[in-house]
Design a protein around this ligand. Sequence first.
Ligand code: BV8
Ligand code: ZN
Length: 233
Amino acid sequence: MADIERIVILTGAGISAESGLATFRGADGLWEGRRVEEICTPVALLQDRELVLDFYDQRRLALAEVEPNAAHRALAWLDAHWPGELLIVTQNVDDLHERAGATRMLHMHGELLSALCGACGTRGGFAGTMVGGPRCAACGQDAMRPDIVFFGEMPYEMERIEAALMAADLFVSIGTSGAVYPAAGFVQSARHAGADTLELNLEPSAGSGFFHETRIGPASLLVPAWVDEIVAR
Ligand code: BV8
Ligand code: ZN
């Protein structure tokens, strides 16, 4: 690999699987028999508000039962010690990267521990349950929703992400099936901009063909090994 200075790391549900959080498209990838593509939409929020709020309430409450795993901790260590540019772009809405200590990161699909007012757009930290929950503190309307990017909605911080991909020397994708865009297209953007591209995943993904290298295995083993390798270069 050429000299590496600027790294972009994309993570998906697979990095949190060994912490006990269900992935989307694994065997357990359904919620009460519904697919995430059916629940995670603005229409579902309008038509079946309680079901959507409960889907996120349950996942928000489950955060208290889980801990970051060795993969989150290895990335947090790299974040703290890597002298060059580094950005962790997570598709995940859990707080396991933060709890492991990562700081140079962003949640492109939103966060369980944040609420958004559908009426006035106010966003803020939220830790409770939304079913029968509070009204918006800013505008007083009963329009609180999870601060989650639904299908058909624009992911957060896309300009910052695209700038990082254009400048990257190395793009690493960890624990994602490559099923959801625009995240699934990041590898192509990075590669087109001249970055080396590496995939660490439990099984080949929809995007594996776009990576210079794919390593197959659990994140808790592959990620610490990759961090050791990149700092020893
Ligand atoms: C947008 C919310 C445009 C949070 C999510 C047709 C109709 C409508 C839309 C579209 C369409 N065609 C394409 C689209 C666009 C759509 C899309 O891509 N749809 C797909 C289904 C075809 N995308 C969007 O709508 C996006 N927005 O395009 O906006 C726009 C443009 C201008 C203006 C306005 C709008 C928004 C996408 C975000 C949707 N929100 N989630 C939540 O509920 O969590 S998506 C959801 O899936 C999650 O966020 C997750 O991040 C994402 C991807 O899932 P993965 O993280 O990859 O998880 P998955 O289970 O799939 O895979 C896990 C992987 O880990 C597996 O490969 C497995 O092997 C591996 N693994 C398992 N265990 C381990 C492991 N790896 C390592 N170690 C282990 N132990
Ligand atoms: Zn409001």
